[in-house]
Design a protein. Structure first.
Lengths: 1064, 584
């Protein structure tokens, strides 16, 4: 250790000799007479070793300065109220106020928490990165924050091997986070721990700007201390605190940016093209086109007058901005940090939403009183999220009839012949008979009537997104307090080799959310309307509280070359939830939106409670930093399980071997060569409240005795009272390598994670005598294996400094069992079967287009037997006779490809040249197929929603297209061109440039004395992707059972931003 | 310093307090299944639910009752659909009504009883109440298993509610028929010990399972496995009145009528309680999932037995053999056996003459007439169905004359008497004959049943062999006393009639019918008949196959002899013998 710090210091001497030299040579020159004093001090590191050749300079005028000598001493003449800046490579920059003192005594300079000596927070303690035996990814917080996003987890995308993020472009939306694959059929979100307090599975309420450090615990040994909540991984975040002996410092950082949705991803028809298409489709069906498309008709929709560009109509330029003020400082025994943050994102869609605003304030205080350290933290967060009327999820909006697509899809498949706005539609009484019952009919938004446009059954998305109002306000306060008592110090036996401390953590979180939804009555056509009686106003409050108490003892001891660290403790957490909702139907007009005004009203409430009690222990041992051992055990008790199953154990073991520290190992260039391995069992407690019990109906079983009716009750639906934790058994083997004094680092891991006892809807056999057909049981098994590789190369010696980091994951998933019978399950276009990964695409096999009747008549299957595809005509899609039975039926569906990427990677580059820096972050995936719903709808062969311009080249008797099947208005065939088949699947491979940032760091003094550390930057986010994929959100991973299926995920915009940072 | 130490000590102490109690959170939103069943009143309700399940369509409200009759030789499927594969005994395992419904609904009974039995030991109540609840649940579970084992042979045995909690035990495998009967016997023996007799009165005399019910079914279960001596002991005790006061009703017809003076009468050991449509509710509970507090309380046996001409489905008709059996022996005053009147709807000119007269069977005035559903009939016009067949009167309103037509559905309120005292007597006769026979004691039991309907006494001298007396019991006395009721199929199985070629020929002969659109009463032979039940009988199909979907859904379950076409005669004949047909 000692050797190491000296070598760092020597390196420091060489590296900064230029600067210090010039400083030293500058010598005291102009100082104001009478005010200057000569101060002296000694610089040491945490171990007490002198810090050599550090630059000590006057803040605000760095021409006044000196360098520390071989013993760490320095002398400098400065004004009595001066602040000194102490800088040395490998150490953190430190500011010391002189305060008129001539002798500053011993000043401790902290080793820069970079590289191997970096201290990693591992839950209930810290550990040096070099001593880790588990798989922990440490993410550079500053690096992370270069990407603008409201949500911390979204920023992790592409940064960590094995961490996969699926972000939807909706402002304020929580991303889906998967660490090391799909470990459960339920919630796969990791546990977030902020400043030692478990915060649950979402961190949308917190500002990324408050992060000081972030690490991801990926394997069982790292995460086992969180036991039953750690199966999906743990993300540990530490927020900023002030530094001791530092005068108040104010930092401002902020940016302003614009968001644009990329146009032309899908090529949709304009009015002229659409008219041609409609005429072709109707003609192919042997029908006359609707009058609007008949140029001879009085109703003709002239493309020169009726030509709405729905993309331009629906999408607008979004605006995002973030302002953060951070105030920090500290005295001898205390530090403080206050962060004030405002984030606002005005969405890219016309109408009610989506957009998101959030204000957060965080105050952290640390105090040391003799042997006690106290930490307090308070965060307040307020946010408002406006949702669009129908988002990406296939959600049901109460009372909205007709075929409704999410707004984003509607914007692309709405025919261009429908006007966005049409002043004639306020009153439709003469056009639609039922319209007489409405006050306003279509509110001046364009609509259609069957005889001119045909039977379309679509609602103008501009209308729905403007009329429907759905928003959520969230207020949250989290208060935490931590006390750490050095017990040996307390009883007067302070000993540097033995440290025993007692820790107490207290935390209370209260979240208050207000939900508001209003869907007013309207009528667009006889099929698309919202009846007055179904007009719905929903208002509700949700309250969440979470109280946590943790007690634990830690012992840290050094006995010669033996190092020991023990943790033993107990935690108790209680969460409560309550909701109160009011619903009103049929509101009088003009609208005053209070439930009390509604004609019919309804109210509801619900509450639940969750208690988690745990005991934990960890044993960490190393011999000379060479042989590393760790054992962790947690015993968890959960109220989510029945009293017979409350408790369970979650153990883990890990070991590491620093081969580079062995005497026989003398490869100079390798300064770290560590092998590590771990095994452990983690749990997933995210199974919802009261799962082991069902609602008990009373008095619904009747019988009679002697002609008198009697009533009884029974548990009709079988409820599995023995529901248990999902368990994940993880084995990990890893290798950490570092070369040339950590300039080049490699981390490699291979993992084998068996998720057992997964909750799964199991069929209830008839002989069980229950009324339900399925019951949730711990009845599925899934295996995730993978190889992860991360490498970083840093070059800081030359004027052009650069850092390249890359990561790669090769994940594999296999379902090992599903319920009792392993019956495959089908979800949409995907099917899950034991022995293979979750949710492979399942449908018909596309075999091209029938070019002639002869081809239809003479087609044979693999056995050479004739194949009958009933209803097929020339121009129709030919499907493969998969089961070789001579006819095309739904038995001819087969697996068409995987929606799970076989490789995921990230590549991040950073360059610094003089005062400029450039950061580029990219990531990608390959080896999978995707199905884009909008693309599929645009390529459907029937109906009259708008289509891709590809369909203008559809097969006709004259145009024998090999790629686009014949189109028609409708078909009577049971096997149609639109059966889900391989023709709709796309190659999912992509490489996305997620962020490019170019910054300039102004030298101190540029803006005078008051402003320092000034920086300005411009950045572009989501700029481009290298892909063949046609659709938004190339990185959208799909649902649990439907990987690769993108159902109208809201487009992530391209963002262009400019930002500044400076300190006072 | 001291203060801090104290605080720390206090905090540590609080931290170490056991948190287990805190983990037992309750759901404040609704009563939950987890909280149910821990009190006496909960368990009384849960017990009602057990009774409720025995009046499902697959238990006794329709197919669960009638399938056993149609399986035998007394009833044929006059509509030639719906029941046809259970008349012919050739279901392929894909027909839900017989292969699934009876299975499914009886397992509902098992589930509800298992729940009660799992909780009854720990809930607070008097020992008396505990015994009563437990005894009833044991009886009802045994009743369900008796049905399951006699319809489906080797069925899975669930005896613990916890069995449903793990995949391995929820997806149970088959138990042997012997294991199931062992369980039935054990449960019924315990129920006999726990339950009060009907003499306790109240609901104990109005439909609850009593000691007598349990003892009667125990005798049935024992006799299924030819344990005659043990069964006889119970039967004699019932006759002695040790399990409650029982006796024959003076009027045989009282056993098939509705009304407080007829239902739950002294002859009844156990009956399923029904009420007319609308009196208990109007929601018809056709499948076990549409549970309703407003459920109708009727059964649909009438809809199967009654004539289509009167609004019924007319599915099931009495075999001409049974009709002619009734005709073969007249009462002491040369009138017709009154049991014909109560079993079948036929026009008999004599009935009009009997009305109100003093007859041997009815010394206080004969109720018989040719009025059916309030209509006077003058010939035998009542073909059960377009195909023909003699309508069955039992458990219908044909003889009650409460209604003028049948409304199909779960409408009929006549309690189904599952076991009557006459069964105790005839079974006692059978046991006595098997053990000691032929004896006067056996003849005396039979004569008690015969005297009620004014038939002349049998004489021991006419029955010189055990076989001969058995023949009289099996093919004369029992068919006439219990004709068209549930139980004949089980009798044929336990006597081995499916396992002996002569016996099989005999019951085929009995089951011959005409499909000529009339209620033909002509005596038939296989040659003169249009057809006969059991024509397509394959060995093993005396049991119904387990539904194929049920087998597919549970990998631990295998098919029974009907699924696998296994001839059960080999095993049967290893253990027991079949009485020969032409006994001398």
């Amino acid at each position: 250790m000692k050797q190491f710090s000296i070598s760092i210091a020597l390196c420091c001497l060489l590296a900064v000799s230029g600067i210090t030299g010039s400083v030293a040579n500058a010598a005291p020159t102009t100082v104001q007479a009478g005010e200057n004093i000569t101060v002296k001090g000694t610089l040491v590191d945490e171990t007490g070793e002198p810090v050599i050749a550090a630059a000590v300079a006057l803040k605000g005028n760095t021409t006044i300065g000196t360098a520390s000598d071989l013993d760490g001493n320095f002398t400098l003449s400065v004004p009595g109220d001066a602040v000194l800046i102490i800088q040395c490579l490998g150490y953190e920059t430190k500011e010391v106020a002189v305060n008129g003192k001539a002798n500053l005594g011993t000043i401790t300079v902290n080793t820069e928490s970079l590289f191997l000596d970096q201290v990693v927070v591992i839950g209930y303690g810290t550990q040096k990165k070099a001593d880790l035996t588990g798989s922990v990814a440490v993410v550079e917080a500053e690096e992370l924050k270069r990407v603008s996003h409201s949500n911390i987890s979204s920023m992790l995308e592409g940064k960590v091997a094995g961490v996969n993020i699926t972000t939807d472009g909706q402002p304020g939306a929580d991303p889906a986070v998967r660490i090391r694959g799909l470990g459960s059929f339920g919630d796969t979100s990791p546990l977030y721990v902020i400043d030692g307090v478990p915060m649950g599975t979402s961190i949308r309420d917190f500002s990324p700007n408050d992060i000081e450090t972030l690490q991801v615990l990926k394997d069982a040994s790292a995460a086992a201390i969180y036991g039953s909540r750690a199966a999906n991984g743990v993300v540990i975040i530490t927020t900023k605190s002030g530094k001791k002996e530092q005068p108040m410092k104010i930092d401002y950082s902020g940016y302003f940016g614009v968001d644009r949705i990329r146009k032309g991803v899908y090529k949709v028809m304009d009015s002229q093209e659409y008219g041609d298409y409609v005429r072709m489709a109707f003609a192919n069906s042997g029908m006359e086109a609707p009058s609007g498309y008949n140029p001879a008709s009085a109703d003709y929709l002239d493309p020169s007058k009726y030509n709405t560009d729905w993309f331009d109509t629906m999408f607008k330029t979004g605006i995002r901005q973030n302002h953060n003020v951070n105030i920090s400082g500290g005295g001898q025994n205390n530090t403080y940090n206050i962060g004030l943050d405002y984030f606002s994102q005005k969405g890219t869609l016309e109408g009610a939403g989506p957009d998101f605003d959030r204000f957060t304030a965080r105050v952290n205080n640390n105090m040391d009183i003799r042997f006690i350290s106290l930490k307090t933290g308070i965060v307040y967060s307020h946010s408002k999220q406006n949702n669009m009327s129908m988002s990406n999820a296939n959600e049901y909006v109460q009372g909205l009839y007709g075929q409704q697509y999410p707004v984003m899809a509607s914007a692309l498949i709405m025919p261009p012949t429908i006007l966005a706005h049409d002043s004639r539609t306020w009153v439709l009484d003469d056009v639609l008979a039922p319209a007489t019952e409405y006050h306003y009919d279509s509110y001046g938004y364009g609509t259609y009537y069957d005889k001119t446009h045909g039977d379309l059954r679509m609602t103008n998305p501009l209308l729905t997104n403007n009329l429907l109002e759905r928003n959520t306000l969230v207020d949250r306060i989290v208060a935490t307090g931590t006390a750490k008592i050095d017990l040996l110090d307390m009883i007067g036996f302070k000993n540097d080799n033995h440290k025993l401390s007692y820790n107490l953590n207290l935390s209370y979180s209260r979240t208050f959310a207000k939900d508001f939804t209003f869907v007013p009555a309207f009528i667009q056509s006889t099929t698309n309307y919202l009846d007055k009686s179904n007009e719905t106003l929903n208002e509700g409050y949700r309250s969440y509280t979470d109280a946590l108490i943790e007690n634990f003892l830690t012992y840290e001891g050094t006995m010669g070359r033996h190092h020991l660290n023990l943790v033993a403790g107990q935690t108790f957490e209680r969460e409560k939830y309550h909701t109160l909702t009011g619903r009103g139907n049929s509101m009088p007009e003009p609208y005053y939106l209070q439930v009390g005004n509604a004609a019919t009203r309804d109210a509801g409430s619900y509450e639940s409670e969750h208690v988690l009690a745990s005991y934990l222990g960890r044993f960490t041992y190393d011999y000379d930093g060479k042989y590393l051992l760790q054992a962790t055990v947690r015993r968890d008790g959960s109220s989510r399980l029945s009293s017979e199953d409350h408790w369970d154990w979650f153990p883990s073991f890990s070991a590491g071997w620093r081969i580079d520290r062995e005497n026989f190992f003398n490869v100079e260039s390798i300064n770290m060569f560590k092998l590590r391995t771990s095994y452990g069992i983690l749990g997933n407690e995210n199974i919802g409240e009261y799962q082991y019990m069902g609602t008990m109906p009373r008095g619904n079983y009747t019988y009679s005795f002697g002609g008198t009716k009697v009533t009884g009750s029974a548990i009709s639906d079988y409820v599995n009272t023995a529901i248990r934790w999902e368990k994940k058994k993880t084995f990990d083997i890893g290798l950490d390598l570092a070369f040339w004094e950590n300039k080049f680092e490699i981390n490699a891991d291979w993992y084998h994670a068996m998720s057992e006892d997964l909750l799964y809807a199991v069929a209830v056999p008839a002989e069980a005598g229950a009324t339900n057909t399925t019951v949730t049981m711990n009845a599925a098994t899934m295996l995730n294996t993978g190889f992860e590789l991360a490498a970083t190369y840093r070059s800081h010696e030359n004027e052009l400094k650069y850092e390249i980091s890359a990561n790669m994951t090769l994940p594999k998933n296999e379902v090992k069992s599903l319920g009792m019978t392993n019956e495959p399950r089908t979800d949409g276009y995907s099917r899950t079967e034991v022995g293979n990964e979750v949710g492979r695409f399942y449908g018909y096999v596309y075999e091209g287009i029938f070019q002639s009747q002869e081809e239809i008549d003479n087609r044979v299957n693999d056995l050479g037997k004739p194949v009958v595809q009933s209803g097929a005509k020339p121009g129709d899609v030919a499907y493969k006779d998969v089961n070789n039975d001579g006819k095309i039926t739904n038995e001819d569906q087969d697996y068409l490809g995987s929606g799970m990427a076989k490789i995921q990677f990230g590549l991040n580059l950073r360059f610094e040249y003089r005062n400029f820096d450039l950061n580029i972050s990219t990531y990608g995936a390959a080896g999978h197929k995707v199905l884009d719903y909008v693309d599929m709808v645009l390529h459907n062969s029937y109906g009259i929603t708008n289509k891709s311009t590809d369909l203008l080249n559809a097969w006709t008797a004259e145009n024998h297209s090999e790629t686009v099947p014949a189109v028609s208005y409708k078909t009577d065939a049971s096997i149609t061109n639109d059966m889900f088949s391989s023709r709709f699947l796309q190659n999912g491979a992509y490489w996305k440039i997620a962020n490019i940032e170019l910054g300039y760091n102004f030298p101190d003094g540029t803006f005078g004395k008051t402003i320092s550390n000034a920086r300005a930057y411009v950045s572009a986010q989501n700029l481009a992707s290298l892909t063949k994929y046609r659709g938004y959100n190339v990185d959208f991973a799909g649902g649990t059972f439907t990987p690769g299926f993108n159902y109208c995920s809201y487009p992530t915009p391209m963002s262009f931003m400019a930002g500044v940072h400076f300190s006072f | 310093m001291k203060k801090i130490n104290l605080i720390i000590a206090a905090v540590l102490a609080t931290g170490m307090v056991s948190c287990t109690d805190q983990l037992d959170v309750t759901n404040p939103n609704n009563q939950t299944t987890y909280d149910f069943g821990n009190t006496e009143s909960d368990l009384q309700e849960a017990l009602i639910a057990c009774y409720n399940r025995i009046r499902l369509e697959g238990t006794f409200a329709r197919v669960g009752y009638t399938m056993d009759a149609v399986r035998g030789d007394e009833v044929w499927n006059s509509s030639q659909q719906w029941y046809i594969n259970y008349d012919n005994l050739n279901s392929n395992g894909q027909i839900d009504i017989g292969d699934q419904w009876i299975w499914r609904d009886n397992y509902h009974v098992v589930n509800r009883c298992n729940f009660v039995l799992s909780k009854v030991g720990s809930a607070r109540m008097s020992d008396n109440t505990r015994n009563e609840i437990k005894g009833q649940a044991l009886f009802l579970r045994a009743l369900a298993y008796y049905e399951l084992a006699t319809y489906y042979q080797n069925v899975p045995l669930y005896t613990d509610y916890a069995d449903y909690s793990s995949l391995e035990s929820m997806y149970a495998s088959n138990s042997s028929q012997d294991d199931v009967f062992d369980q039935i016997e054990a449960d019924l023996k315990e129920a006999v010990a726990l339950l009060p007799t009907r003499d306790k009165g109240g609901e104990w005399a109005k439909g609850r399972a009593t000691r007598g019910s349990a003892a009667g079914y125990l005798a049935r279960a024992l006799m299924f496995r030819h344990k005659y001596a043990e069964a006889y002991g119970y039967l004699k005790d019932i006759i002695k009145g040790e399990y409650g006061t029982y006796g024959l009703m003076a009027d045989y017809g009282d056993n098939f009528k509705e009304g407080p003076q007829y239902e739950n009468n002294k002859e009844s050991l156990f009956e399923v309680q029904f009420m007319d449509y609308g009196t208990g509710g109007t929601d018809e509970e056709w499948t076990p999932v549409n549970i309703s507090s407003n459920a109708s309380q009727g059964h649909a046996v009438e809809s199967n037995y009654g004539s289509q001409a009167l609004g019924s489905w007319g599915d099931l008709a009495m075999s001409p053999w049974l009709y002619n059996l009734f005709k073969a022996e007249r009462c002491t005053d040369n009138t017709l056996d009154p049991r014909l009147y109560w079993t079948a709807v036929t026009y008999e000119p004599e009935y009009s003459a009997y009305t109100g007269a003093i007859t041997a069977a009815y010394p206080n005035g004969d109720p018989r007439s040719n009025v059916v559903y309030q209509n006077e009939i003058t010939a035998t016009p009542l073909s059960n169905n377009g195909q023909g067949g003699i309508s069955i009167a039992k458990f219908t309103n044909a003889r009650n004359n409460i209604y003028s037509t049948i409304v199909t559905g779960l409408h009929c309120g006549i309690n189904l008497r599952l076991m009557r005292y006459s069964d105790v007597l005839l079974r006692a006769a059978e046991c006595e004959n098997e053990i000691n026979g032929p004896t006067q004691q056996a003849i005396d039991y039979i004569n008690e049943v015969r005297r009620r309907v004014a038939l002349k006494d049998l004489k021991l001298s006419d029955f010189n062999t055990k076989d001969k007396l058995f023949e009289q019991i099996a093919n004369v006395e029992r068919p006439k006393e219990f004709g068209c009721e549930n139980g004949r199929g089980i009798d044929l199985i336990r006597w081995g009639f499916f396992y002996d070629s002569d016996r099989l020929a005999q019951i085929r002969q009995h089951s011959a019918y005409m499909r000529n659109g009339t209620a033909s009463t002509d005596e038939l032979t296989l040659e003169t008949a249009d057809d006969y039940s059991l024509r397509y009988f394959e060995p093993g199909h005396e049991y119904f196959p387990i539904f194929q979907n049920t087998l597919d859904a549970n990998p631990n379950l295998t098919g029974n002899s009907a699924n696998k076409n296994i001839d059960n005669s080999v095993e049967f004949l290893q253990k027991w013998t079949v009485h020969p047909v032409n006994a001398q």
